[in-house]
Design a protein around this ligand. Structure first.
Ligand code: NAD
Ligand code: UPG
Length: 478
């Protein structure tokens, strides 16, 4: 017997992965994931989610159509729901006031309208899983309460015995913040073994009841001491600042990588030396071509917006510098390729190894590869791109201003390197650590170069074969 119905609006990476893990862990609940995108829902129902995430398909098989359901039917799904997760996108605004900094809350708003219209339960608990600006829970609460009030007033005008009866059962609504910390490529593992679960909500009687209900969902597999309660604003802010701090670490080590390149130090050694101090810690200290993904930049922009709103301009400037350094890192990496190769890339074939923003995902959103490739295309290079998972249509859509014969999408490293002047590593796929560099060298035009944006190619072996190699944070060609 199942006891409670949980609904999640949004069947993307967060909506899909969280509900698959919930359903596999909580057999006492039924989970319904609703999306406006019919194709996406069809994919889930055919055991074919529209993105790649290690371990997801295997887990999906254990619960789909048992206690996990995917649908586009908002009305029937929401009508008797108590716990409603919001897992829709919250991208950066592309127009109007605060364009390029503020958050586009249109998807959140459309979910609120669906909830207001269709959720008929006396108790409605809305849970923010999406990453939102601080204060969004309050906005949602105001909206839903306002809608509820108007509905009740309309009823009053047509008051009869039945509505009098209904009035006694007025809806109770609360909005909780429960941000998600999964990282793509390790989402299932992160959800099964979270470092912490944050729950924020109001300190009212119903607020406390709602937080307890949400805690019950996690209780089956998350140790109690890892579930933290705080007020809604602290919880919403913690999500933004967690990402900001992680991104700041990457920008910090990338800034150090630039120093290393100039003075002859090696950034991997510096990372190891610094990271062995437990106060600093060793994780997230891998210098790279620059961070990417759909979250870091968006969430820092969100934080900058908040700072500027409260006139904290010096603080805003501090966080802006994390993004500036990241953009500089990508551009510096791309420029070095041109500078090294006779300051001329016109019609030169360059092999791009990896296009996703990190390994073990097919997501190219915000990938550093986009900026690097756009720069190289702008210089007239011909790119032969190989990525084990990125979809060719996503690669093509993310690049701009090239003509058709400048872009070749390949299905293997060995095809991609033919007649190429350089190998450019942009994603740290395990497969690239196993490349037969001698075979590549034979197929390439000489002198041949490697530009390693992830420090995964063995420098000594590459040099022995004859390559000129440039790795992030290593002395130039030594
Ligand atoms: N991707 C991540 O690794 C990650 C991790 C933690 C938090 N987040 C946050 O979670 C949120 C979702 O991110 P994502 O990567 O899963 O996004 P996504 O783009 O993969 O999925 C969003 C889904 O919402 C659907 N949608 C839009 N409007 C809808 C509506 N009115 N009703 C129902 N569905 C609707 C879209 O069709 C899409 O399927 C964002 O706020 C993001 O910042 C993302
Ligand atoms: O030492 C490092 C670590 C990461 N990166 C890059 O940083 C980016 C982000 O990596 P990661 O954080 O692993 O991936 P995301 O899937 O974007 O996950 C982040 O963003 C999510 C969305 O908010 C959060 O839930 C996660 O906790 C947070 O790690 C990628 O381009 C990585 O290649 C580096 O360059 N060097």
């Amino acid at each position: 017997m199942t006891s409670q119905k949980v609904v999640c609006l949004g069947a993307g990476i967060v909506g899909g992965c969280t509900q698959v893990v919930f359903a596999s862990k909580c057999k006492t609940h039924d989970f319904y994931v609703v999306d406006i995108d019919e194709e996406r829902i069809k994919g889930w129902n055919n055991f074919k989610p529209n993105y790649y995430e290690p371990g997801l398909n295997k887990l999906l098989k254990t619960c789909l159509n048992k206690n996990l359901f995917f649908t586009t039917d908002f009305e029937n799904t929401l009508k008797d729901a108590t716990l409603i997760f919001l897992s829709v996108g919250t991208p950066t605004k592309q127009r109007g006031e605060m364009k390029g900094i503020g958050t586009n809350l249109s998807y959140i708003e459309s979910c609120c309208r669906m909830i207001a219209k269709y959720a008929k339960n006396e108790k409605v608990i809305v849970i923010e899983k999406s990453t939102v600006p601080v204060g969004t829970a309050q906005k949602i609460t105001n909206f839903l309460q306002e809608y509820n009030k108007n509905e009740t007033e309309n009823e009053k005008e047509n008051e009869n015995e039945t509505t009098k009866e209904n009035k006694k059962k007025q809806k109770q609504i609360v909005v909780l913040s429960n941000p998600e910390f999964l990282a793509e490529g390790t989402a299932i593992k992160n959800l099964q073994h979270p470092d912490r679960v944050l729950i924020g909500g109001p300190n009212t009687e119903f607020g406390k009841y709602a937080q307890e209900q949400l805690k019950q969902l996690y209780k089956g597999w998350v140790p109690e001491e890892k579930i933290f309660f705080s007020n809604t604003w602290s919880t919403e802010l913690s999500k933004l600042t967690s990402n900001a701090m992680l991104a700041q670490r990457v920008s910090s080590i990338n800034s150090i990588s630039q120093i290393c390149e100039e003075i002859g130090a090696e950034v991997t050694q510096v990372s190891k030396n610094m990271g062995s101090d437990p106060r600093i810690g060793s994780r997230f200290l891998n210098a790279s071509v620059g961070f990417g993904g759909s979250c870091f930049e968006k969430d820092i922009l969100n934080l900058i917006y908040l700072c500027e709103h409260y006139h904290l301009y010096v603080v805003a400037k501090y966080w802006k510098s994390v993004l500036e350094l990241n953009n500089h890192q990508k551009l510096r990496f791309a420029k070095n390729i041109a500078d090294t190769m006779f300051q001329n890339l016109e019609n030169k074939k360059i092999t791009i190894l990896g296009f996703t923003f990190k390994k073990n995902t097919d997501d190219v959103r915000g990938s550093a590869a986009i900026d690097v490739c756009n720069y190289l295309l702008g210089e007239g290079a011909i790119l032969s791109i190989y990525d084990p998972k990125a979809k060719p249509k996503h690669i093509k859509l993310s690049l701009k201003g090239y003509n058709e014969n400048q872009l070749i999408i390949c299905d293997s490293v060995s095809n991609a390197v033919i007649d190429s002047h350089a190998l450019v590593v942009l994603t740290e796929w395990d497969e690239f650590t196993q490349i037969d560099l001698s075979k590549c060298y034979q197929k390439m035009i000489h002198p041949s170069y490697i530009f390693d944006g992830r420090n995964i190619i063995n420098r000594k072996s590459a040099q022995k074969i004859g390559f000129n190699i440039y790795s992030v944070g290593f002395p130039k060609n030594k």
